[in-house]
Design a protein around this ligand. Structure first.
Ligand code: NAI
Length: 304
């Protein structure tokens, strides 16, 4: 089995390292920049040898090398600069993703694919449409990362172990992301038993804004996204059937059609095995619908 990672920049390299440290599979890093994937592979292999991990990481500039891959992670494209939203990347990255999706179709049509490039939800849809893959075999990583950020702020506010925190973030991976306070618990006990209204609104806003803060401080987010992708792939490879928020095609669920957006789903050997529909209150439904509208508006500007 092989996990191919298309795009070997900051996030691509982190995905490779996180997958290798979990011993998920052999890994191929691809990029158009000569030397970059080879250099990342060498560096990671040097770490793995000391850790006693035998996954093989290789680097290439030749798409043909991904032939027959079982997993493809798409993380090619530009990242946002301080002050930009994810949607500002749409035009540039859609052109790259159209090209990359054609390569996925040619060389690894049967793979399970994970989109990472932003804006995440429209580009997950683009990958799905260009490859023509079954909808369960294409998913976008956004909510899993938003979830780890949400947990971080819950932990900071409550000082309860990260181990005891279960949380959920749905909707657009962008301006309309929706941390679900009502569906978040500390070992099954509702979050609002531990925090004040004021803390709830701080946790909510911090979760939405922290990526921009990291980008302003260090130029890009890398470690948390790499871990989030590895968690999704691990659930598939080990058929764990974890419930993970992923961007996936909705066909009526949550009142939305023909759009990819973040919802909780069971992730197992078949990819997105079942979308979990949660009852939303008026505020949550309104936020979710705003997310759907935003993604649909972006899609309306793309030629598919
Ligand atoms: P980066 O600039 O460090 O790396 C991107 C890489 O893509 C570069 O090495 C570039 O040469 C490569 N590339 C461009 N066109 C390519 C092609 N046609 N084929 C193969 N490789 C190609 O950027 P970084 O920081 O790694 O971010 C990548 C993307 O991931 C951005 O769009 C960023 O916004 C997104 N991202 C998404 C997250 C999420 O939660 N979904 C989290 C973090 C970043």
């Amino acid at each position: 089995m092989t996990i191919t990672i298309i795009g070997s920049g900051r996030v691509g390299a982190s995905v490779a390292l996180n997958c290798a440290l979990r011993e998920l599979d052999d890994i191929l890093l691809l990029d158009i920049v000569k030397g970059l994937p080879q250099g990342e592979a060498l560096d990671i292999n040097n770490q793995l040898s000391e850790r006693g991990i035998d996954c093989k990481v290789s680097g290439s500039n030749n798409y043909e090398d991904m032939k027959g891959s079982d997993f493809v992670v798409v993380v090619a494209g530009v990242g946002r600069k301080p002050g930009m939203t994810r949607m500002d990347l749409l035009k540039t990255n859609a052109d790259i993703i159209k090209d990359v999706s054609g390569k996925v179709k040619s060389y690894a049509a049967d793979a399970i694919s994970v989109m990472v490039t932003n804006p995440l939800d429209p580009l997950t849809y683009l990958l799905l449409k260009v490859t023509g893959a079954a909808k369960n075999r294409v998913m976008g990583m956004g909510g899993m990362l938003d979830l780890s950020r949400f947990k971080y702020f819950i932990h900071n506010a409550t000082k309860v172990s990260n181990d005891s925190i279960q949380a959920m973030v749905i909707s657009e991976h962008g301006e309309n992301m929706l941390p679900l306070i009502r569906y978040s618990t500390l070992s099954g006990i509702p979050l609002n038993k531990f925090v004040t209204e004021q803390q709830v609104s701080e946790i909510f806003e911090n979760t939405k804004g922290v990526a921009a803060q990291v980008i302003a401080l260090k130029g890009a987010t890398t470690h948390a996204p790499g871990n989030a992708v590895a968690t999704m792939i691990e659930s598939v490879i080990k058929n764990k059937r974890s419930i993970i928020p992923v961007s996936t095609l909705l066909e009526g669920e949550y009142g939305a059609e023909n759009v990819c957006i973040g919802v909780p789903a069971i992730i197992g050997s078949q990819g997105v095995e079942k979308i979990i529909e949660l009852p939303l209150d008026n505020f949550e439904q309104a936020m979710f619908s705003k997310g759907v509208d935003s993604v649909k508006e972006a899609l309306s500007t793309l030629t598919l």
